[in-house]
Design a protein around this ligand. Structure first.
Ligand code: WTA
Length: 704
């Protein structure tokens, strides 16, 4: 519902000015072979054909029982897709390819140490490994359909094997990004109610064998504190038979997977036929509160959606070599490294390490050596590779037909480098906008049919109808030059089913704002609120401006300000904490923390370090702030709320705006002097903010 209070914010609707970029057209060679080359496809997915149009995606799968109802809207907004249908995701990603492609590589794994060479896992081998591990999970792990199991795994083939083994049993997997701390993993274990944790002893990152098993002990301890006991920790070994961690194995709880697997050699597990709406996995993401949200994805709708979009938008053919350089610990990896590509029976490349190790030529060497045809990455990686090795791609004989970007807005100059230098002008570039909650793409161009426009994700994808609303719920028309909240007018099969254990929050966060009638079972009354600001050009293309809630997108990773703040507040000396975004040339945004101390405590570097350390411990190193600023007091409104936009402006050398409504306006100058003088002393000279950036900073913290 649009409330009075929200409508006061309507002045937040802004005019956005930038130069419209020119269209760019796909190379003829790409168009000639594209999966979606017939313009009729748009008619097939026209709004009048909704929801039946999505049968085309579901028909790409093998079903044990066909569905009776394509979309059930009887309990809004808990949409159910393909109701009555039954299928198994592991069967679809593995077994069904055996008849024709048994000896084709399903996965090609590239270890970070270059001397180690690559490892190909054929569909036959994947079938064996998935079956054996499924037998272990069922008989040794005592897991059944509907149980949850948490993974804290790095980028190794054991991760997709573990996912597919769960899917075979109908067990719900919840993979936590390997870079997250043990504490963060423990919180997700507790929230999902997992009694089994699957982890690994170590993995390579930036040339080092990282000790990962230590985090399992922290995770189990944290989960126990929160009331969730873990009785079994399954430890894969990076080098079979050798243990790479200093953390002792706990008797009766921890086992080496390679040892236990000996008992399950050649075991075959019948895929469990699951209802389409049975949960396939949980994926945690950040939002406005400190507690991460477990996005629950379905089996039938999700798999149909990622398969369909992989076919038409990623243009995956069975004979492609497809490389998505994301981590499977994020939604991109689930949908577009594992489920989508394997469902289509292609070869999916997995890279263990960081893109710039040992040098920024590494991705192009991998692409050349493996003959990668489709490449998929995030703007933050493109910016880093461009900064460190602007000419490197020219040194390599790789040839992409298709390149994707995902996760953040991409600057037009960076986009052009990607097309011209990485893609050598031979590849089509597809900018894909979507979110953890969505399962698959929401905004992108159909690569052979719709021209590209740098910096813009394009129109809504097939069968998805976005709209921009202002704070009153009125449509902001295309071409008006005004920004607003991007929403999706209709459900689609990849949409998550709920927030695990918190159905009220699911309704409140994503649907309440623009719901027209809470009693209606017509999907038209329930637009999905994405939490992103956007503008729509006259041609219908969307340009995504970034989050409108308190989420900071650091290198494509969503960090909730509340999570950062509650981690900082675990430091004894800290009284108040506020996280703000700073514009960062490579990572898009970085985080700065402001903290004030309890009475009588003196500021010190030691406290700054403790705050940074607390964030490492509670979230992980990816969240580490650029600076921790200790301030005498926070700028506050008369009702005592921290004005985050004021400190965000200071950190970005922007305009602090009107401070007359503060209860302590005098504090602003003292904070500014302290922070900006120190930044200048460290050579962190500011650059002028673009109008969009200035606007983002001006609105930061509004979500409260
Ligand atoms: C942002 C990642 C601009 C957006 C798949 C969204 C983008 C958040 C794009 C979701 C894009 C994602 N252009 N911004 N192409 N793709 N975003 O959940 O703010 O990790 O809400 O999902 O990233 O991040 P998440």
């Amino acid at each position: 519902m649009v409330t009075e209070q929200q409508s006061e914010l309507s002045e937040a609707q802004i005019a956005v000015h930038w130069r419209e970029e020119e269209y760019d057209f796909p190379p003829a060679g790409f168009v000639a072979q594209a999966n979606a080359a017939d313009p009729e496809i748009r008619t097939r997915f026209a709004e009048e054909r909704f929801p039946e149009c999505f049968t085309e995606y579901a028909d790409l799968l093998s079903w044990d029982a066909r569905w009776q109802t394509t979309l059930d809207t009887s309990n809004p907004p808990f949409w159910k897709w393909f109701v009555g249908g039954r299928l198994n995701a592991s069967y679809n990603c593995v077994d069904r390819h055996l008849a024709t492609d048994r000896n084709k590589a399903a996965l090609v794994w590239v270890p970070e140490p270059e001397a180690d060479g690559t490892v190909a896992v054929t569909y036959q081998e994947l079938y064996r490994r998935v079956n054996e591990f499924a037998a272990l999970l069922r008989d040794f792990g005592r897991l059944r359909a509907g149980d949850r199991v948490t993974f804290h795994l790095p980028m190794v083939p054991d991760l997709p094997v573990s996912m597919l083994a769960c899917a075979r049993l109908g067990v719900i997997h919840s993979q936590v990004f390997g870079g997250f701390s043990g504490g963060a993993c423990g919180e997700r274990i507790a929230d999902s109610g997992s009694r089994v944790l699957v982890t690994m002893d170590g993995y390579y990152r930036n040339g080092e064998l990282v000790d990962h098993k230590v985090k399992a002990d922290e995770a189990v301890a944290r989960a126990a504190e929160l009331g969730q006991p873990v009785d079994t920790v399954l430890v894969w070994r990076r080098h079979r038979g050798q243990y790479a961690s200093r953390a002792p194995m706990v008797t009766g709880r921890d086992v080496f997977v390679d040892e236990v697997l000996r008992d399950y050699r050649d075991a075959v597990v019948e895929p469990v036929s699951m209802p389409a709406e049975a949960p396939l996995f949980l994926m945690y993401t950040s939002g406005t509160t400190a507690q991460p949200k477990g996005c629950q994805h379905s089996t039938g709708g999700y798999l149909a959606y990622v398969t369909g979009t992989s076919k038409y938008y990623q243009d995956i053919h069975p004979n492609d070599t497809y490389w998505c350089m994301a981590d499977i610990g994020w939604i991109t990896g689930h949908s577009y490294i594992v489920y989508g590509p394997l469902s289509l029976g292609t070869t999916s490349v997995l890279y263990e390490g960081v893109p710039t190790y040992p040098d920024p030529g590494r991705p192009w060497r991998i692409a050349e050596r493996l003959g990668v045809t489709i490449f998929h990455t995030a703007p933050t990686a493109i910016r880093m590779l461009r900064k460190l090795g602007p000419d490197e791609p020219r040194q390599h004989d790789h040839h992409f037909k298709h390149m994707t970007t995902v996760g953040e807005p991409i600057e037009p100059e960076v986009w052009r480098w990607y097309r011209d230098v990485v893609g050598k002008g031979e590849a089509v570039v597809v900018d894909t906008w979507w979110q953890t909650e969505n399962g698959g793409f929401l905004g992108a161009t159909l690569p052979a049919l719709e021209p590209m426009k740098p910096g813009s994700c394009g129109p809504g994808v097939l069968g998805v109808y976005p709209v921009i609303y202002d704070e009153h719920g009125d449509v902001v028309p295309a071409g008006s030059g005004k920004a607003g909240n991007i929403c999706i007018r209709n459900p689609w099969p990849g949409i998550f089913e709920t927030i695990w254990g918190q159905p009220e929050r699911f309704v409140q966060i994503y649907y309440e704002k623009y719901c027209r009638n809470p009693d209606s079972t017509d999907w038209r009354d329930w637009p999905y609120f994405a939490g992103d600001g956007a503008v729509q050009a006259a041609d219908g293309y969307f340009r995504i401006l970034g989050r409108v809630d308190d989420v900071i997108n650091v290198a494509g990773h969503r960090l909730g300000t509340k999570e950062l703040e509650s981690a900082s507040l675990t430091v004894e000396e800290v009284a108040e904490a506020a996280a703000v975004p700073v514009i960062d040339e490579v990572r898009g945004r970085a985080v700065e923390m402001y903290v004030s101390l309890k009475p009588g405590v003196t500021a010190s570097e030691g406290i700054e370090r403790k705050v940074a350390q607390a964030i490492d411990t509670h979230i992980g190193k990816i969240a580490r702030p650029m600076h921790v600023w200790i301030v005498p007091d926070m700028p506050k409104t008369r009702s005592g709320k921290i004005m985050r936009r004021v400190i965000a402006a200071i950190s970005n050398f922007g305009d602090v705006g009107d401070t007359t409504t503060l209860s302590n306006p005098e504090i602003v100058d003292s904070i500014r002097h302290h922070v900006q003088a120190e930044k200048l002393a460290r050579g962190q000279t500011p650059r002028q903010l673009t109008p969009q950036e200035a606007d983002e900073i001006r609105k930061f913290g509004n979500a409260e």
